[in-house]
Write a protein that binds this ligand. Structure first.
Ligand code: NAD
Ligand code: AKB
Length: 313
């Protein structure tokens, strides 16, 4: 039975992943950590500690005191915030990963690190984007994600650390808000639809990207960590997806429930540029073949559940 430490536990993914890990492995076996105190669901449902994931000594002490054998490393700066402050993105994303990997090497931990569709760039084939293809992103976020995948591969090959990860698409959830990414519109649109019946999108009507509903994303993280190691070839960089959405196509889906919903557009050139450099549709057949990845939610099921939870189902 694993003993787990989660970094960046108060964010969009952690606020869903931590309760699920506690359900599976036991409340006391999952230490949630973040640089800030998060919502009670994470901070009060089991042990919580304020921890800067870039502080290698602090990470090492926390892993040792909790006797952790597994780290889910979620602390990071996302794409849009990264473009506003590239040095911060490099510092947080790379220093925290290096700290976690060094501690894992010293103390024998397995490590899950999420990568992203942000590893792809304008030279990558867009539809479908293969598992193994050219990765030359133009965002600092993408640069840190490519470097992160390679560093995780290196720690596995050189030191035998059990590193694993998936390239998440945009994640849609209720609860903790997204942390400043290019795909945040796909969460904002539901809150705006439920509260005001209208939404102004910062991406253009036809900006299609891969997306996934959070329960599938949480399951992907746990399933890849529990997969038979001998079956894994790609380890730290599995493409995973569940659906492809543009603002226009998601608005159409929302109108099946809220026929008067209105969407208009005020395109932000920075985030639009990032979205245009990312895939329209990634090929996740390696994840399906190597560890049985299979999403449960499509756009219709995700939309129905989001609106129901937000009181407009
Ligand atoms: P988020 O921004 O919602 O949460 C990140 C958390 O990290 C925040 O709670 C923040 O307080 C914390 N944090 C920031 N700096 C820290 C530090 N120095 N030490 C400790 N904690 C720190 O992000 P998320 O959406 O939960 O993403 C988690 C991981 O998943 C990231 O690696 C991200 O790149 C990746 N990912 C997310 C998505 C998505 O759509 N949410 C998609 C692809 C990949
Ligand atoms: C972002 O938009 O930065 C994230 C991601 C897809 O990595 N949601």
């Amino acid at each position: 039975m694993r003993r787990i430490l989660v970094t960046g536990a108060g964010g969009q993914i952690g606020s869903w992943l931590v309760p699920r890990l506690r359900e599976l492995y036991g409340d006391d076996r999952v230490l949630a950590t973040d640089i800030r105190t998060p919502d009670p669901v994470v901070a009060e449902g089991g042990p919580f500690q304020v921890l800067d994931a870039t502080d290698r000594k602090g990470v090492g002490q926390a892993v040792m005191r909790h006797d952790a054998d597994t780290v889910y490393h979620l602390a990071a700066i996302l794409s849009a915030v990264g473009e506003r402050d590239p040095r911060l993105a490099w510092h947080v994303n790379m220093s925290s990963l290096e700290a976690v990997l060094e501690v894992a090497r010293e103390q024998g931990c397995a490590v899950f690190t999420p990568s992203s569709i942000g590893v792809f760039g304008p030279e990558s084939p867009k539809d479908p984007t293969p598992q193994d293809t050219v990765n030359r992103p133009r965002t600092i976020y993408g640069v840190t994600k490519v470097a992160g995948e390679l560093l995780c591969d290196y720690y596995h090959a050189r030191y035998g650390v059990d590193t694993r990860g998936v390239r998440y698409p945009g994640l849609i959830s209720h609860g903790a808000p997204p942390g400043g990414g290019t795909t945040d519109w796909a969460v904002e649109i539901f809150y705006a639809a439920a509260r005001e019946g209208r939404y102004t999108s910062f991406l253009s009507a036809d900006a299609q990207l891969d997306m996934m509903y959070m329960p599938d994303a949480v399951r992907a993280a746990i399933e890849v960590m529990e997969a038979d190691a001998d079956a894994l070839t790609h380890r730290n960089a599995f493409n995973v997806t569940a659906m492809q959405l543009s603002p226009e196509s998601l608005a159409t889906e929302i109108r099946r429930h809220l026929p008067d919903f209105v969407i208009d557009y005020d395109v932000d050139p920075v985030r639009q540029g990032i979205a245009e450099s990312w895939p329209d549709r990634i090929d996740d057949s390696a994840a399906r073949e190597e560890w049985g990845w299979q999403p449960e939610y499509d756009a219709a099921a995700m939309t129905a559940e989001m609106l129901e939870v937000l009181g407009r189902g």
